[in-house]
Design a protein around this ligand. Sequence first.
Ligand code: SF4
Length: 318
Amino acid sequence: MKVILAQPRGFCAGVVRAIEIVELALRKYGAPVYVRHEIVHNRHVVERLKSKGARFVEELSEVPEGSVTIFSAHGVARKVQVEAEARNLPVLDATCPLVSKVHNQAKRYIAQGRTLILIGHAGHPEVEGTLGQIDGNVILVQNESDVAALDLPAETPIAYVTQTTLSVDDTRAIIAALQRRFNDVSGPSTSDICYATQNRQSAVRELAKLVDVILVVGAKNSSNSNRLREIGEEAGVPSYLIADGSTLEEHWVRGAKTVGLTAGASAPEILVDDVISSLRRLGDVEVTTLSGVEENVTFRLPVQLSDLPAPNRAERVN
Ligand code: SF4
């Protein structure tokens, strides 16, 4: 069996930064530190950080007085920030800078007097956070039918922002529908979209041309991993989401000569290796990597942690 690895795959710069923030906070302040929501959507990452002393909570009310508190990479609503300020909690914000950029862009559009359309998935923590950052007219739109159902006159000045785990390709049809429906539509330039989302999706499209089946390493609640799986399916290749090697189902790859393997932005490389090990248990495996974009994006750590030496990013696999 041939296994072709997508390039790029796995951890993005926002996820690496978020994990480093938890690790460095543990080093600087000692255990426990409290993390609101899963720092990134991956059980392996969460369990590893738990074993080092991180405690994961869904609400700030679960954080004891004075405890170091970390906001996850997905971002939080303003009311969460206000609650943390009111309780004087020492906060480290692991919100991905690209998510913060969407928040700031959205606020600028509202300040211009525009009705804001957020294109995203209802209930996703990033969407909840972005909706909760905006004081003003903001409407969540998930598909073209939602655009058709908008009860607004065509002359309403509109602006849109998008959930970061949606690529240009994902949102193209919705944006086109907005432009048909309204006379005055503003949106961010395409250079503002998340590079990692776009690159991983493009790599899966390339992979789909070469393989019989695609395995996407990622968690069920990882929006970007699910999207990678859907893209494989849309290209006509049977595609499966796989948490780690132990969840490989033999019938997925039975008869496949070439298996494509990728990983969502929150899935560590150690789990990709784990899936390869499970494939090797089924027979001989030859692994190659697709040529693709080499990413070298890094994000600065919060100022509170800048006195510590950063972990070696090149070696980060879990
Ligand atoms: Fe940030 Fe993009 Fe990674 Fe999300 S996928 S954490 S927006 S870099």
